[in-house]
Design a protein around this ligand. Structure first.
Ligand code: RAM
Length: 523
């Protein structure tokens, strides 16, 4: 696990004009009524994952009189983000003791099988969506104040009394999202699995579209720049809510810190605040979000407002270069994200991402008719292309290496391809060679897989890209995904960067991009 880098000095710069523009674009959330559709019985013992052994119509719920340790599991039929209300009544003699109940909301059944008391991950246990509630007087209406991300709800009676039982009625909910439509006309793919992947991508995107593009509605419920970039791309091809992207661009542009750094993520509540985390790659990718937005909307005013923020990120990125024109290795810290892979060395990828962002910088500068900046970036890019090859290309292995131990990873190859350090022919050779060698340091997040698919497509390997999408995202569908997950390692399905899958997010922004690829490159 990389250590968290907390900045000693943290000086926030608020651009009130930008924040006012963002505020005006704050969406009204669309609300929809949701209800559970069935009751499930699970078998957890002796199985690595819980198995549904029985299913009953939801109408059976109000017939159940629950006693100590008895529970019900409701299935809402699909993944939702929203609020839940329920009625509780007593049956039997007078309620002579409080009802003490436990509620657990889950995106996947596995979460219900896990015992939170055993949790020992390093992220807060408070992300696990569970409540212990005393109800002194029945009947009662329970209006849960929290917003949950869930498909399943388990209610367990911790205790009532020998003289009465608990009955649960009228479980209803309200789902929320910044977009009204739930579905988009299905992509014209021939294979059903691709249509399914597209559908799940869209649901993932929709459920993460709230007051901003959230990374995950279960966790972290905030906006990360790297996630925003991919969500915006998928959104252009589906819901086309360009105002929400504009709002998020202004929020990041309006909340910089120290020498003008764009934060890796920001908080909305209790008031807008940047996180004191700088991620080298995320900040550099701000320009890519802006360019995509401009090309999609031709909104000149936004481009003019935010162009200096994007260029500033590249200047800051370049200030980290050492005398050899490479970025020093800070892989031990949470400083350049790239992927969550255990032991991944990010030094070479950070240089590649800097080069990549400079290419976006040049395109932005061209739109702005800022020839001086375009020329300066082009000149520097040449120099960095050379240093990338000189320092990181291993002629013998025909692969890029990273760090002092010359680590070979998938991520490094992918980012060097996207940086276009080589020409297309050589990049194609490199990606095919990478597949053949299958470096031990693999990709684990859909975020990194997005870049891999992108690298394949840009190396004229479109068919292979499609196969890889089917293999990776298709496997999640086969594993029961209603929305795509934060992390999926087909080689280790229980992998978590947080020390426990209990806090992994199973509707996660950065995993929604197959719909973007399918609609952009395969129609
Ligand atoms: C996690 C979240 C988020 C990601 C960061 C780097 O906290 O999964 O999506 O962008 O890490």
């Amino acid at each position: 696990m990389a250590s968290i880098c907390i900045l000693d000095e943290f000086e926030v710069h608020k651009n009130e004009k930008f924040l006012a523009i963002a505020e005006q674009l704050k969406p009204e959330l669309y609300k929809k009524e949701i209800k559970p559709v069935s009751l499930l019985t699970l078998e957890t013992k002796g199985h690595p994952e819980p198995v549904i052994v029985d299913s009953e119509p939801i109408e059976e719920l109000s017939r159940k009189q629950l006693k100590r340790n008895e529970s019900v599991i409701m299935d809402f039929g699909n993944h939702h983000v929203g609020y839940v209300t329920l009625d509780l009544v007593s049956a039997g003699s007078h309620q002579d003791a409080p009802a003490y109940i436990f509620l657990k909301f889950a995106e996947r059944l596995d979460e219900l099988a896990a015992d939170s008391n055993q949790y020992d991950g390093w992220l807060s246990r408070s992300w696990i969506q569970e409540e212990h509630i005393h109800v002194d007087v029945l009947p009662a209406k329970l209006e849960l104040p929290r917003r949950y991300a869930f498909r399943y709800l388990e209610i367990k009676v911790i205790d009532v009394s020998p003289k009465y039982s608990l009955v649960i009625n009228n479980v209803t909910g309200t789902s929320v999202s910044a977009v009204e439509r739930e579905e988009i006309q299905s992509v014209s793919a021939k294979e059903p699995i691709l249509q399914e992947i597209d559908k799940v991508s869209i649901r993932t995107l929709r459920n993460c579209m709230q007051l901003v593009f959230e990374d995950g509605p279960k966790r972290d419920r905030r906006m990360w720049l790297g996630d925003l970039r991919l969500q915006a791309r998928a959104n252009y091809k589906t819901f086309h809510n360009t105002d929400l992207v504009k709002r998020c661009l202004y929020l990041f542009g309006g909340l910089t810190f120290n020498e003008g750094k764009v934060p890796a993520c920001l908080f909305l509540e209790p008031e807008l605040e940047p996180d004191d985390t700088y991620l080298f790659d995320y900040a550099l990718l701000y320009g890519s979000v802006l360019l995509d937005y401009y090309e999609e909307t031709k909104d000149r005013e936004t481009l003019e407002d935010l162009y200096p923020v994007a260029i500033r990120q590249i200047e800051i990125g370049m200030s980290y270069l050492n005398e050899e024109n490479i970025v020093p290795d800070r892989s031990g810290e949470f400083w350049c994200f790239v992927d969550w892979g255990e032991g991944l060395n990010t030094q070479a990828a950070s240089l590649a991402i800097l080069i990549y962002s400079m290419r976006y910088g040049i395109r932005l500068a061209n739109y702005m008719e800022d020839e001086k900046t375009a020329a300066w970036l082009a000149e520097k890019m040449e120099i960095l292309n050379k240093s990338a090859v000189e320092h990181f290309w291993d002629e013998e292995q025909q692969l890029f290496v990273s760090g002092k131990d010359r680590q070979v990873s998938w991520a490094t190859q992918v980012w060097m391809i996207l940086a276009r350090v080589f020409d297309k022919k050589q990049n194609q050779k490199l990606i095919l060679h990478t597949i053949e060698v299958n470096p031990r340091i693999r990709m684990v997040t859909p975020y990194m897989y997005h870049h891999y698919i992108d690298a394949l497509i840009r190396s004229d390997e479109k068919e292979r890209a499609l196969d890889e999408m089917k293999r990776y995202w298709g496997e999640m569908v086969r594993d029961g995904a209603d929305t795509f997950w934060e992390l999926y390692n087909p080689y280790n399905k229980f992998e978590s960067p947080y020390g426990s899958v209990a806090v992994n997010s199973f509707c996660h922004a950065w995993s929604c991009t197959p719909t973007y690829f399918l609609r952009k490159f395969y129609v």
